[in-house]
Design a protein around this ligand. Structure first.
Ligand SMILES: Cc1ncc(COP(=O)(O)O)c(C=O)c1O
Length: 408
């Protein structure tokens, strides 16, 4: 066999990435293999027709495994008026699928939706593919700048238009790691009421909390009935499970379910995950990964300070999977990325998170969860070498020391 995918074709030297610090994925060694196997055995031993055929009915197919929906509704603390809590949850093939279904259900050509700048690039691309217009709202360390959103809302209103959705990764945004403060969450919900838009809160990183304040999920605050929460097991367990969900008022879930043509998400996987959640094994697993990732984060802070010094600036993330790193003036970002790849390190350039015309090359995202603990420091050292090689001595200016958390 020959061609691009031939197993005998060696990858080009620049494709040999030994430290994939560009990927926001769990550490494969954390997958709870033996506990998972017990729950899988249990599911297979008792597999009933609905587990093998889906349903019951068209609605059951669209919504997914009823037991897992009920377990997730309990965790989210939802209790809708006059409906069963599981009616507030729909299972999807990952959070990406939930976002895609939501965008298809609520955005039409020409509609505006707001996003944080920077944000998860797929949320922008999916909206654009439907002909909707993303409005980039800048962020600071307290999350999306709500005053800018208010100005955009006034501008749209005076043009006779309406904002349909505000998409926020309110807890541990990718790529920044920043979270939307409680007062801003409250203000956003007031605005949603006044201007009649939905808030889609993407919570895929929310359970990975290392320290810092615990800020309540938006759906639990006053006005939270306008919130659709999106979640996933991709970041805490394994992305290839393709197990995600959305939680919302049942009438909103019904609208989204009506847009679904894919015959639902895996009932078998749903059954295993319900058993895994209800047994307490998921929470045990979660505390283990949080402890490991906190250690990895701290190791990266020390390594960045040692190997990248005053050429970088970053905040120490309270949670999530990423460092958002700014390069000092005179250190060319694209040259750093190229030298890092030659050395076997990949990071994700800033451009990937904006969806505009660029100008973000002094920033990049570095993930710290996937690469094994004993390899991480070496990866940062290679990155430090790449930065050193990319420094132009004539224009390079080191960052001056600012707050404790901001310096590398
Ligand atoms: C913010 C955000 N939402 C959703 C996803 C996709 O998650 P899933 O694998 O559950 O589709 C990602 C990751 O790739 C992400 O960063």
């Amino acid at each position: 066999m020959s061609g691009l995918w031939s197993p005998s074709r060696p990858p080009a030297a620049s494709d040999e990435i030994r430290w994939p610090l560009d990927l926001g994925l769990p550490d494969v060694a954390t997958f709870p293999r033996s506990a998972f196997m017990q729950h899988l055995d249990r599911t297979l031993a008792g597999a009933t027709p609905p587990l093998l055929y889906g349903g019951p009915g068209r609605k059951g197919i669209a919504m997914g495994h009823a037991g897992l929906r009920a377990a997730l509704a309990e965790r989210a603390g939802v209790c809708p008026d006059g409906r069963s809590p599981s009616d507030a949850v729909m299972l999807t093939s990952g959070a990406a699928h939930a976002v895609e279904l939501l965008w298809r259900a609520f955005l039409d050509r020409g509609d505006a939706f707001a996003i944080e700048a920077p944000t998860w690039g797929a949320a922008i691309r999916i909206g654009r593919s439907l002909g909707a217009e993303p409005l980039a709202i800048p962020m600071d360390r307290d999350g999306m700048c709500i005053e800018v959103l208010e100005r955009e809302l006034a501008r749209l209103r005076s043009a006779g238009r309406r904002l349909k959705i505000v998409y926020t990764i309110a807890t541990y945004n990718t790529p920044t790691g920043w979270s939307l403060s409680l007062p801003r969450r409250q203000r956003l919900l007031q605005l949603a009421e006044e201007h009649d838009f939905l808030v889609v809160e993407d919570r895929v990183y929310a359970d990975l909390r290392y320290d810092g304040p615990l800020i309540p999920a938006m759906a639990t605050l006053a006005g939270g009935d306008r919130v659709v929460s999106v979640g996933s097991f991709s970041k805490t367990l394994a992305p290839a499970l393709r197990a995600g969900w959305l939680v919302a008022e049942p009438h909103l879930v019904d609208v989204v379910a009506g847009h679904r043509e894919d015959l639902g998400s895996s009932q078998l996987t749903g059954d295993v995950l319900e058993s895994f959640l209800r047994s307490g094994d998921y929470d045990t697993h979660l505390s283990g990964v949080v402890a490991l990732y906190r250690r990895k984060r701290d190791a990266v802070v020390t390594a960045l300070r040692a190997h990248c010094g005053d050429a970088v600036r970053f905040d120490v993330p309270d949670g999530g999977m990423f460092f958002w790193i700014e390069l000092a003036p005179g250190v060319d970002g694209s040259t750093v990325m190229a030298h890092a790849r030659e050395g076997g390190v990949a990071c994700r350039p800033g451009e990937a998170f904006f969806g505009d015309d660029g100008g973000h090359e002094q920033w990049f995202r570095m993930a710290f969860t996937m690469v094994p603990e004993d390899e991480l420091v070496r990866g940062v050292q290679v990155l430090g070498d790449a930065i050193g090689r990319s420094r132009s001595t004539s224009t390079s200016e080191p960052f001056r020391r600012r707050g404790r958390s901001e310096m590398g």
